[in-house]
Design a protein around this ligand. Structure first.
Ligand SMILES: *[C@@H]1O[C@H](CO)[C@@H](O)[C@H](O)[C@H]1NC(C)=O
Ligand SMILES: *[C@@H]1O[C@H](CO)[C@@H](O)[C@H](O)[C@H]1NC(C)=O
Ligand SMILES: *[C@@H]1O[C@H](CO)[C@@H](O)[C@H](O)[C@H]1NC(C)=O
Ligand SMILES: *[C@@H]1O[C@H](CO)[C@@H](O)[C@H](O)[C@H]1NC(C)=O
Ligand SMILES: *[C@@H]1O[C@H](CO)[C@@H](O)[C@H](O)[C@H]1NC(C)=O
Ligand SMILES: *[C@@H]1O[C@H](CO)[C@@H](O)[C@H](O)[C@H]1NC(C)=O
Length: 460
């Protein structure tokens, strides 16, 4: 928001020069025909916006935290729009159009906020306060816009200054919200030492209706899809899903705004229905356990075509080797798809491997092909989920309602197996139904009893 405000400065103040001769002296009287530009108002808006952002970002793990993610997204988008406009600067139009866009953006930000206000009672005071401030800012912006309409006049010099201010704002934005940094381009991540968070925690637009589901980002997105998020709920019997929902950003995912739904089939379940929650999206295709078979399904979200490849015929499916902990099995979790830096894997168990976990690389060609395979000694039913980072499989188990423990790892490069990891994950809900690592942001995406949660993985 603060970035946006700066744009008003483009309005230059027309001045009237009058000259009068008084004896030998030549005096210039400077007379402003219009009201002075209310720069202090702008400064106030800017200051409030900055303060508001600072206050809010310090509140971790709250609804507000997620709102800020949304706002930051909007601001980033606004910055993009603005730099685009700058490149296309053509005089007066520039300022007028910019202001209109800023206005639209503010309306959208207000929408995000309203929606947030409806979804939570937590931190309501802060939320209401922020809303009021945004409202004020919006009003001030309209005032300023009215002022501007009579005085639009663009000057190159001022544009330069705006550009500078924008960059400063961008830097501020960068420093107030550090995104998880990639340590290196290849897999030199070091040893996983801890999982911190939750970083974000939210119900979906479905509320608590669906306790099984999956979500995340495409691990290998096409151009333009980098910021998209997907969500699949098992809407039939906690076991079957038949469409994938996509959102343009994390904030819209959380708030449930303008999704795109892509259906595999209109009925559920039927041939090629999604069975079980442990699926992934890679290069705009969904990989999952196909309904009632031991096959891997690849659903091309562009063409809506499904291609399949069968696992060994003694592979467990239909609850033969699901994830479990004492007394509870997670229905239809026989197959777990995971992504890491090198692609897609399927984690499953076979009778010939005594119900122990097998890792198979899935080559993401069309149709998909099974690649290299590793057999482990991890009994599938003793784990609650798995994920892979840099070619290492990690398995979790249920410790208690609050804690899930990463206890096991299998390194596919060295074939080394360990059962002594003690990395705790702080749960917000009792059961983790889905877990996957996103190699792009190093976050664990978790679906936990209808809640969508992210955690940050720490490496040495
Ligand atoms: C931010 O927090 C400070 C200190 O708690 C407070 O004085 C100020 O009013 C807050 N500003 C906003 C915009 O909420
Ligand atoms: C602003 O930028 C976003 C992408 O960053 C784009 O989708 C949107 O159409 C742009 N809006 C305008 C008004 O140019
Ligand atoms: C947020 O919700 C509360 C109660 O639900 C309401 O009193 C308040 O006016 C709302 N605030 C905004 C800005 O909509
Ligand atoms: C913000 O951070 C990103 C990623 O670290 C970097 O590419 C970009 O140049 C930074 N922008 C500014 C204005 O510092
Ligand atoms: C792991 O992260 C948690 C939460 O951030 C923290 O409390 C704990 O001290 C960390 N443990 C280690 C070994 O770094
Ligand atoms: C999905 O279909 C598109 C369009 O035909 C194609 O370019 C892409 O390679 C397909 N993806 C997979 C994984 O087959």
């Amino acid at each position: 928001m603060s970035q946006a405000n700066i744009f008003i400065l483009m309005a230059a103040i027309p001045l009237i020069f009058s000259q009068s001769a008084r004896g030998k002296d030549c005096v210039c009287e400077l007379q402003n025909s219009d009201p002075a530009f209310p720069e202090n108002k702008l400064n106030n808006v800017e200051f409030t916006a900055t303060q508001c952002t600072e206050n809010i970002t310090s509140e971790k793990m709250t609804e507000i935290d997620r709102l800020v993610l949304g706002l930051q997204h909007r601001i980033r988008q606004l910055l993009e729009n603005v730099s685009m406009l700058e490149r296309e600067d053509n005089g007066n139009l520039y300022a007028a159009v910019s202001l209109r866009i800023i206005e639209l953006e503010l309306t959208e930000i207000q929408d995000l906020l309203d929606k947030l206000n409806r979804t939570t009672n937590n931190y309501q005071q802060l939320s209401v306060k922020a809303a009021t401030e945004l409202q004020d800012m919006e009003e001030t912006m309209s005032e300023l816009e009215n002022f501007d309409q009579t005085q639009v006049m663009v000057k190159q010099r001022e544009n330069q200054r705006i550009k500078r201010d924008l960059n400063r704002c961008k830097e501020d934005l960068n420093s107030t919200s550090p995104s998880p940094t990639l340590i290196s381009g290849h897999c030199g991540l070091g040893r996983m030492v801890n999982v911190s968070g939750p970083k974000t925690y939210s119900l979906t637009v479905y509320g608590t209706s669906y306790s099984f589901g999956a979500w995340g980002r495409d691990a290998n997105p096409g151009p333009g899809d980098e910021n998209k998020y997907w969500l699949v709920v098992l809407s039939s019997s906690n076991a079957y899903g038949h469409f994938i929902r996509q959102y343009n950003s994390l904030s819209t995912t959380i708030l449930g705004i303008v999704p795109t739904d892509t259906y595999i089939s209109s009925s559920n379940p039927t041939t090629n229905t999604i069975q079980g929650s442990n699926m992934v999206v890679y290069a705009n295709a969904l990989y999952y356990n196909c309904y009632n078979t031991y096959s891997v399904c690849q659903f091309n979200m562009t063409t809506r075509a499904v291609s399949t490849v069968a696992l060994p015929s003694d592979t467990g499916y239909n609850n033969k080797f699901p994830f479990a902990h004492l007394g509870t099995t997670y229905s239809y979790t026989d197959m777990d798809f995971t992504t890491d830096e090198s692609g897609v894997y399927v984690i499953y168990a076979t009778t010939s491997n005594f119900g122990n976990v097998i890792i198979t690389k899935v080559e993401t060609s069309n149709p998909p092909v099974l690649g290299q395979t590793w057999t482990t000694s991890l009994h599938k039913k003793t784990a609650t989920n798995t994920f892979m980072v840099c070619g290492v499989l990690y398995a979790t188990r249920y410790l208690d309602k609050e804690i899930e423990e990463i206890f096991y790892s299998y390194d596919t490069k060295t074939n080394e197996e360990r059962y002594d990891l003690k990395i705790n994950i702080k749960k917000m809900q009792t059961n983790i139904k889905y877990m996957n690592y996103d190699p792009r942001d190093h976050l664990l995406y978790v679906y936990s009893d209808a809640y969508i949660v992210t955690y940050e993985i720490m490496f040495t």
